[in-house]
Each structure stands twice: as structure tokens, then as C-alpha cells.
Design a protein around this ligand. Structure first.
Ligand code: NAP
Ligand code: ZN
Length: 350
């Protein structure tokens, strides 16, 4: 067992406080990581503030983790001490169900063990629920530890572990590439990496943002077009334009307005997770044989593929590096869409 320093929230409307937590002694397949950086995903905020219900306190969020291997268990072969590694949203899964055998551990029928806020045996995480990367150390099973290629800084790589794979996976699944019209709704943490990846895959990329304030950045990230959704004309001009629309918005949206922007057989993929149900007029699906779907992160093998793809194409996250005592203010700025484009905690400040 080892002791790590961490930042935790103790109640939905509380503030982050420094705590110490225990990490389990290394089992044969475990890897102990000295965390260097942890990204702040909007899901951390939904969870820590209990917007989805089921939050477990003390809550140590963080599933965009980058660091260096400090120790390995006796049978570990994938990683060695000193390696540059990352951990994303999952730290384990059953390994034997259909989705796990198909390298889609995020859809494990037994439920993957998420990096934080999953109830587990106290032998796995003292305290009885998993705790994430706002911490100096984490322990994960070797199969859930990713290699971060040389060429991407650990700080700008951290957000790829959630935001990167969450966009890469649906872009691959719905075959974004040359000849495909792809729109990304919302250019925040997820969205800005989606723009870069979709452009690198060769798609024609449009950003649908609530204003034009980030237009220059969007073009710099590779977007070919940029529209404000606050302008009604946008919805008239882009009617039936897209093969694939990816919604990364963390708030409620008028989904019907966006469905009408899909071409024949087009798909609108939901990634953003506000708490309220969606409302959809059936006419907007029936016309043009449109699909409404969703997607959650991506499997471990595909996460490694994404990291390698990003290294090859010079893609990383645009980040604002903060110290651990700035997390509360950073949360408020994320909620206000005032982040360019991902906050990353320098965990040496814990
Ligand atoms: P983020 O950095 O806050 O970005 C969300 C973006 O949505 C904002 O930058 C803003 O973009 C837009 N937005 C926010 N409030 C809005 C409003 N009221 N009306 C219209 N647009 C608004 O958040 P994120 O970390 O990218 O996460 C986005 C969502 O995805 C969250 O709900 C998160 O929980 C979810 N998520 C899902 C998965 C998954 O596996 N499916 C994984 C990670 C995160 P513009 O300023 O460009 O309009
Ligand atoms: Zn996330």
C-alpha cells in the first residue's frame, strides 16, 4: 500500500480540499504511476457536483492522466519503470464478455471499472470506490495503461486519454474521411480535439459553435467552415448538409434543429451528457432515413491507436496549465465555456 496526496470534493456544492488517500499494494499485473498531469473533463464536473446522481465522496476525479511508471508488478510485461504512460476513463473490465473480447471494454456487460466513482472492493481501492488522477499516484492493471508516444508532451497528451478517444472512436466508426461532411457541435475540450482529428482524417469539417468568438482558433485547428448557432440563418444555410454530426455540448440543445442538418442516411452522434432527456420529432428521423446515436469513449486498443495517430499527425490538446489550488475556479470557467481549450492540473503542485 502507498499513500498519495490528492484533491477531493466532499459534497456536491463543496470546494476541493487537499487529502491523503491510499493506493493498493501492487498485484502481479499492476502498474504504479507517478501522475504528472491530469486534465479536467466536463464529466469530472458533472460527477463531483453530483449532476448525474450517484456521486461517491470523497470524490477524487480525473480520467485524463499522464505520468511516469514508478513500479510494476511481478508479471507486467507491457510497461517498465520510467515509461511515459497514460490512464483514461477505465482501469479494468471483466475481460471475457463479448464487448471486452471485441476490444470494446467501454461497453463491458459487467460494467467496466471506471477510473473514479466506481464502487469496488476495498482491496482494490481503500475506501471502496475508485479515485482518479487529481492525485500524485495511481495504480492500474497493465492492460489499461497506455503508452504515450515520444513527440507529444505529457501535459498536452493528458486530455487525449478521454477527449481524444471520445472523438476518435465515433469518427472512425462512422468513417470520417475524404468526401465526408462532418460537423462538430461545441468547440470545448472534446470539440477542439475532434476538429483536429476529423481534419487529419481528411473529412471536410464544420464547427457549429454558439458564437463566432473562437472562429480563428477553429480554422487553425483545421476546420474548413465555422458557423454560429445563435444565428438562425445557419440552420437554413446548412440544411441537409452533413453525413455525420457529433454533438459535444454539455448543455441541453434543440436536437431537431440539428437533425435537419443531416443528409440522406446521415447520423447525429451524441457525446455530451446533460442530465435532461432529449426530445425528438419522429419526422426529422423518418425524412432522409436519418439516425440518432451515441458513443462513449473507446476501447483500450483503439485508445493506443488514437495516441499513435495523434503523434503521427502532430495533434495534441490546447491547454491551460493550472496548479491544484485553482481547480474550483477552473470548474466555473469550464461551465461558462471560458477555457482554451482544456485545463490541465500540474500534479506536482498537489
Ligand atoms: P467543455 O469543454 O465544457 O465543452 C463543451 C462545449 O459545449 C463548450 O465549449 C461550448 O462550445 C458548448 N456549450 C456549453 N454550454 C452550452 C450551452 N448552454 N449552449 C450551447 N453550447 C454550449 O466540455 P467537454 O469536456 O468537452 O465535455 C462535453 C460533454 O461531453 C460533457 O457533457 C461531458 O460529460 C461529455 N463527455 C462525454 C464523453 C463520452 O464518452 N460520451 C466523454 C467525455 C465527456 P461552444 O462555445 O463552441 O459553443
Ligand atoms: Zn472525460
Amino acid at each position: 500500500m502507498s499513500i498519495a496526496a490528492a484533491y477531493a470534493m466532499h459534497a456536491p456544492n463543496g470546494a476541493f480540499e487537499k487529502v491523503t488517500i491510499e493506493r493498493r499494494a501492487l498485484g502481479p499485473r499492476d502498474v504504479l504511476i507517478d501522475v504528472a498531469y491530469a486534465g479536467i473533463c466536463h464529466s469530472d464536473i458533472h460527477t463531483a457536483r453530483n449532476e448525474w446522481g450517484g456521486a461517491k465522496y470523497p470524490c477524487v476525479p480525473g480520467h485524463e492522466i499522464a505520468g511516469i511508471v514508478a513500479a510494476v508488478g511481478s508479471t507486467v510485461t507491457r510497461h517498465k519503470v520510467g515509461d511515459r504512460v497514460g490512464v483514461g476513463c477505465m482501469v479494468d473490465s471483466c475481460g471475457v464478455c463479448g464487448p471486452c473480447l471485441a476490444d470494446e471494454e467501454q461497453y463491458c456487460t459487467a460494467g467496466a471499472t471506471m477510473t473514479y466513482n466506481t464502487q469496488v472492493d476495498p482491496a482494490i481501492q481503500p475506501g471502496g470506490h475508485t479515485m482518479g488522477g487529481y492525485s500524485t499516484q495511481v495504480v492500474a492493471t497493465e492492460n489499461f495503461v497506455l503508452s504515450i508516444p515520444e513527440g507529444i508532451g505529457l501535459d498536452a497528451a493528458a486530455p487525449l486519454l478521454c477527449a481524444g478517444i471520445t472523438l476518435f472512436s465515433p469518427l472512425r466508426h462512422w468513417q470520417a474521411g475524404p468526401g465526408k461532411q462532418v460537423a462538430i457541435i461545441g468547440m470545448g475540450g472534446l470539440g477542439h480535439i475532434g476538429v483536429k482529428i476529423a481534419a487529419a482524417m481528411g473529412a471536410e469539417v464544420t464547427v457549429l459553435s454558439h458564437s463566432l468568438s473562437k472562429q480563428d482558433d477553429g480554422k487553425r485547428f483545421g476546420a474548413h467552415h465555422y458557423y454560429a448557432t445563435s444565428d438562425k440563418q445557419t440552420f437554413r444555410e446548412l440544411r441537409s448538409r452533413f453525413d455525420l454530426i457529433i454533438n459535444t455540448v454539455s448543455a441541453d440543445l434543440p436536437i431537431d434543429d440539428y437533425l435537419r442538418l443531416l443528409d440522406l442516411d446521415g447520423t447525429l452522434v451524441i457525446l455530451g451528457l446533460p442530465e435532461n432527456p432529449l426530445s425528438v420529432k419522429p419526422f426529422n428521423l423518418v425524412g432522409y432515413r436519418r439516425s440518432l446515436s451515441g458513443s462513449t469513449i473507446g476501447g483500450i486498443a483503439q485508445t493506443q491507436e488514437m495516441l499513435n495517430f495523434c503523434a503521427e499527425h502532430g495533434i495534441d490538446a490546447e491547454i491551460e496549465l493550472i496548479s491544484a489550488d485553482e481547480i474550483d475556479g477552473a470548474y466555473d470557467r469550464v461551465v461558462a465555456s471560458d477555457v482554451r481549450y482544456r485545463f490541465v492540473i500540474d500534479t506536482s503542485t498537489i
